[in-house]
Design a protein around this ligand. Structure first.
Ligand code: HEM
Length: 420
């Protein structure tokens, strides 16, 4: 046991690096959830049949006739949701402690790959119950692909394996969900851990004090054990109280209203309500991914100092940028919904300009104005400026996701609170 632990940890660690508030145990929690997913996933596979005729019935059978069947299914469902949320929080913690640069740059990139893998593990699993929710959520999400220029529609047909979801789609999603993606995830996670070791542990603020090293056992391992226990308790509670969704069997002839993408794509779906699809489904998401992958390789003025939000200035500018982003996104949604629709107002122009280029330029102008008339006075360093842009993107993404998930009801109209 000790030997196994020492593959993951060094013999001794910096005492301050194991304070809970340094990492909140998020990376370790994500790792534990992978194990939970694999074990419960194997158990579910004993009962599941991946064919449109049988898939739904096999899930109903598991729910009604298998001892602990619903509990195992709920744990698998909730650990998938938790994993995505926790991996996202871990990604924020890594960014806001500045641990995405220099020796950690490659691990940041592999972390992005992990985040994408976790999204697609959730996505491929979503279809498997083959109920109305799964069928229509995957239909709208895969339809988003057809908005990609030139290759969009052929790519969608290739991914779906036909014009509409069918037996081949289910078989393919099943294979990706249960074999391809878990194997790739495991390989990347082990590499990710190895790179943390290679960077000599997590990034710590520089200090004049002498660094106190303590044995990893029991100091760190005991804390990890407590975090694991609490996580498992919360997960079990969720699994006991809230069932994984299962509506009636999929009916391709009768679409759901509203037809919503899974919640992690609700932000992109919301964006599609305000921007031309070429911008909402392609230019903006691509821009964000390129920005995230690029930031470790920019030339910065100082080495990362390991402090949360870099500095006092960094904290203040992040707070005001967060408020600005929340207000702009919310007002933008409301304004576009109730006051001004560029596509109708400028109907003589190609929609890609009236509803793509123009709103994007307005958004960029607002951001530039916020910088020129407010942030500039902070005299931010380059890393603090990158942090402010990151905050803007994350807050806008969160507001869009919450709006799409909870405030879109029948016919995708803005609704006060929608609980599906
Ligand atoms: C399945 C998902 C993931 C797992 C299991 C995982 C696991 C871990 C663990 C256990 C650590 C050690 C420190 C800690 O617990 O915070 C760590 C560190 C790190 N992770 Fe992840 N991670 C995942 C996703 C990500 C993502 C999405 C990113 C960012 C894009 C990322 C970037 C990093 C970096 C740069 C470090 C080094 C942090 C430092 O030196 O302070 N990881 N990860």
């Amino acid at each position: 046991m000790r030997n196994i632990l020492l593959h993951f940890h060094p013999v001794r660690v910096n005492e301050t690096s194991i304070h809970f508030t340094r990492t909140f145990g998020l990376g370790g929690m994500a790792a534990l959830l992978i194990v939970v997913q694999i074990i419960t996933g194997i158990l579910l596979r004993f009962f599941y049949t991946a064919s449109p005729a049988e898939a739904y019935n096999s899930v109903v059978f598991l729910k009604n006739n298998v001892l602990f069947g619903p509990f195992v299914r709920n744990i698998h469902y909730w650990s998938g949701v938790f994993m995505l949320l926790i991996a996202f929080l871990h990604f924020l913690r890594v960014f806001f402690t500045g641990a995405y640069r220099e020796i950690r740059a490659i691990n940041w990139l592999f972390g992005l790959v992990l985040l994408i893998l976790v999204v697609f593990l959730n996505f491929t699993g979503y279809l498997l119950p083959w109920d109305q929710l799964a069928y229509w959520a995957i239909t709208v999400s895969t339809n988003i692909i057809s908005y990609l220029p030139l290759v969009g529609e052929s790519l969608r047909v290739m991914i779906v394996g036909g014009k509409e979801l069918n037996a081949d789609t289910l078989q393919m999603f099943f294979t990706f969900h249960t074999a391809v993606l878990p194997v790739v995830l495991l390989v990347v996670v082990f590499y990710h851990f190895w790179r943390v070791r290679k960077a000599k542990g997590i990034l710590m603020p520089q200090t004049q004090d002498e660094i106190k090293m303590v044995p990893v056992m029991p100091n760190l391992v005991f804390k990890e054990f407590i975090v694991a226990l609490v996580l498992m308790a919360v997960l079990s509670l969720f699994a006991a109280l809230f069932d994984a969704p299962l509506l009636e069997k999929a009916n391709p002839a009768y679409s759901m209203n509203p037809t919503k993408a899974p919640w992690y794509f609700a932000g992109v779906q919301e964006l599609l309500m305000h921007f031309h699809p070429f911008f909402a489904a392609f230019i903006i998401p691509l821009g964000v991914v390129v920005f995230l992958a690029w930031i470790p390789f920019l030339k910065y003025d100082n080495a990362p100092n390991g402090h949360w939000f870099i500095s006092e200035k960094g904290i203040k500018s992040s707070k005001s940028t967060a408020i600005f982003a929340a207000v702009v996104t919310l007002l933008g949604i409301l304004f576009n919904e109730f006051v001004l629709n560029f596509e109708i107002l400028l109907s003589w122009m190609p929609a890609v300009i009236s509803n793509g280029v123009i709103p994007l330029l307005i958004l960029l102008a607002l951001m530039a104005g916020f910088y020129r008339f407010y942030l500039k006075d902070f005299k931010l360093t380059k890393e603090e400026l990158v942090q402010a842009i990151f905050v803007f993107i994350m807050v806008a993404f969160i507001v869009l996701t919450i709006t799409g998930t909870f405030f879109r009801g029948k016919d995708m109209e803005l609704t006060f609170l929608w609980i599906g």
